[in-house]
Design a protein around this ligand. Structure first.
Ligand code: NAG
Ligand code: NAG
Length: 622
């Protein structure tokens, strides 16, 4: 046999002798299928060496038996033509070679020829798949090497035009494997080469292409749709390994602190995350919602007790995979503590002579809050001679800042008020009572700068004349005043023989009876002295004025009287009226009015002759 070109024809001629004498020969043609109607198959007259005339005379015709007539004989031209469409596949299927066999019969004489028309395949059928798509559900846990049988493609063409190969695209996960079966068909399967990852591609679409070997090449495709089934191949993953959150210490139970988020890219229960806090000391203060990771407060946090909590949160999926993360909860301070004032050391009493700057009290101030909430300032009440000073951390001292004077203020209530700098500020205060103890720093002071007193002469000895008084501003013994008569002399006589002073009362007594005519006044000093140690004193001058009493009658100095005899004066007869007879001179040792003298005639012989001047004692004639 000789194969023909695409449309070329070769005539194969066999002449053989069959048992039937009428068989003269056989002729074969080879044509491609699907030639158009009327196309020339071959010049049978010529090929069999018969003239056209012989065909006509022999009434040549072709006999196909019961089979369909695809070919007709043009007797007048001696050629075979295509009568009906020849589809190799419908005539022969996969059988090869494919040929139409018929006889050409002639009469006169009867002859018949066997004609074989070989139908050559042309590539007019692409490979086809019965189904447009195949669906698989494959677990992502399927191991490399897993095999999946694919539908075969059918190509009705044969030989080189038949199915030649398969291709699978894309080839990320699967490779194609084909095996020739004993029946000549090709078994095709895909083999998992690289495991699937649902989290990457849940649905994978592959195209299986079947190719034939024709020219031009034809192909058919089928879609392979793979649904990747989840396997718990991913643990849950916290969005952060460490969460930072803060909560104020006054926050009520139920306050949301933060949300822990973990994701698990698996599906369904494999991807369902639950949250738990690992049991630790602080766990009772916090609670996490197992489903959504919401971390809330369940108890009370106190900044002053604990400032930081570290919680370990475990996140797990339902398939036993887990992750862990930490939540760091900072407790933030609020100003919930007033400063506490502790008296470290305190004098209840301080002497009034302490120098300014003397420490009276030492205080320790504590405020457990932090920052400004714990910064403390202390002040004292106003108008007291004290100030408060901050020493080293949290210690304060109350010191005197000016001279103290018990005589002005013997007791102070010192109120220390300490406030923190929180907003609002909290404060507390304490009041200390401080007694100022006395020092003998005041001398007694007389009520007057000097005293003057009067006493009427002829007094009884021991008479109290008057009282001097001195006051001492100090206290108790320091203020107990004694009065002392200072030594001095009056007219050469110690003053103590004139007066005495009562030490306790300051009463001045006359020691003797005074005689104005002998002494009219005198002075001395009285000292007032307190009971302090050493004692302080002051003195005062006391002047005593003795007052006159009319204790002396006038005495006549002239005319001098001797015994009981009369004094005679001579008056001349010629004496005129107003003649100065004599002058009576008298004196009175008393003073003042007590010494004023007046004269009167006591007994006159003739009243009409003499008179005495009331004032000066002159006796004249009238
Ligand atoms: C100090 O306080 C006490 C008690 O309140 C009070 O009796 C006293 O008079 C106060 N003293 C002064 C000097 O204010
Ligand atoms: C009496 O007091 C004065 C001052 O007032 C003083 O100078 C004098 O020394 C004092 N005399 C005596 C004896 O203390």
């Amino acid at each position: 046999t000789v194969s023909t070109g695409t449309m070329g024809r070769q005539v194969l001629l066999f002449i053989w002798v069959l048992s039937l004498s009428v068989v003269h020969g056989q002729v074969s043609y080879s044509i491609p299928e699907e030639m158009s109607k009327g196309a020339l198959i071959g010049n049978i007259a010529q090929d069999l060496g018969l003239g056209v005339e012989r065909l006509k005379s022999g009434k040549a015709r072709i006999y196909t038996g019961n089979s369909e007539e695809y070919i007709e004989l043009k007797r007048d031209r001696g050629v075979l033509l295509i009568k009906d469409r020849i589809d190799r596949e419908s005539i022969c299927g996969q059988t090869m070679p494919c040929a139409l066999h018929f006889q050409m019969i002639l009469e006169n004489p009867m002859e018949f020829y066997t004609v074989t028309v070989e139908i050559k395949d042309i590539n007019d059928n692409p490979p086809t798949f019965e189904r447009g798509e195949m669906k698989y559900e494959i677990s992502e846990s399927a191991l490399a090497g897993a095999r999946f049988v694919l539908d075969k493609a059918i190509d009705d063409d044969v030989d080189v035009n038949g199915l030649k190969s398969y291709a699978l695209k894309p080839s990320d996960n699967f490779v194609l494997k084909t095996m020739s079966r004993g029946d000549g068909t090709k078994h095709v399967e895909m083999v998992l080469q690289k495991p699937l990852d649902r989290e990457n591609h849940e649905h994978i679409s592959l195209i299986l292409t079947a190719l034939d070997g024709g020219e031009p090449q034809l192909s058919g495709t089928m879609q392979i749709i793979i649904t990747v089934l989840d396997a718990n191949d991913n643990p849950p993953v916290c969005s952060k390994s460490e969460y930072k959150a803060s909560v104020t210490e006054s926050a009520p139970a139920g306050t949301v602190i933060t949300t822990v988020r973990a994701t698990d890219i698996d599906k369904g229960n494999n991807g369902k995350v639950t949250y738990t806090i690992s049991k630790s000391g602080a766990a009772s203060l916090f609670q996490i919602d197992a489903n959504n990771g919401l971390l809330t407060l369940t108890g009370n946090v106190d900044y002053e007790k604990r400032r930081l909590y570290e919680l370990d949160v475990q996140v797990s999926d339902q398939g036993g995979l887990s992750d862990a993360c930490r939540v760091i909860v900072d407790v933030t301070d609020i100003n919930d503590n007033p400063p506490s004032i502790k008296i470290m050391s305190n004098s209840n009493t301080v002497s009034e002579n302490m120098k300014p700057g003397t420490v009276v009290t030492m205080l320790n101030i504590q405020d457990p809050d932090s920052n400004d909430n714990g910064k403390v300032m202390c002040v004292l009440n106003e108008n007291i001679p004290f100030t408060i000073k901050s020493t080293t951390n949290n210690f304060f001292t109350v010191v005197t800042d000016s001279e103290l004077d018990r005589e002005r203020a013997s007791e102070y209530n010192i109120t220390v008020t300490c406030s923190d700098e929180g907003v609002p500020s909290l404060s507390s205060s304490v009041t200390l009572t401080l007694q100022i103890s006395d020092v003998n720093d005041n001398a007694p002071v007389f009520e007057r700068s000097s005293y003057k007193a009067y006493i009427v002469e002829n007094n009884t000895p021991g008479l109290s004349i008057f009282t001097v008084k001195a006051r001492d501003a100090d206290w108790n013994q320091n203020a107990r005043v004694s009065y002392i008569l200072e030594d001095s002399s009056v007219n050469g006589v110690p003053v103590s023989s004139y007066v005495s002073v009562s030490a306790d009362s300051g009463v001045i007594h006359a020691v003797r009876s005074f005689d104005y005519e002998q002494i009219k006044d005198f002075q001395f000093r009285v000292k007032a002295q307190d009971g302090g140690s050493p004692p302080l004193s002051s003195n005062v001058t006391v002047k005593i004025m003795i007052q006159d009493q009319n204790d002396n009658p006038p005495q006549v100095l002239y005319p001098v009287q001797t015994g009981g005899s009369l004094v005679a004066e001579m008056v001349p007869r010629s004496a005129d009226v107003g003649y100065l007879v004599t002058k009576v001179v008298a004196v009175d040792v008393d003073s003042g009015q007590n010494a004023w003298l007046s004269y009167k005639l006591q007994k006159a012989t003739d009243r009409a002759l003499f008179e005495v001047a009331l004032q000066n004692g002159e006796i004249r004639t009238i």
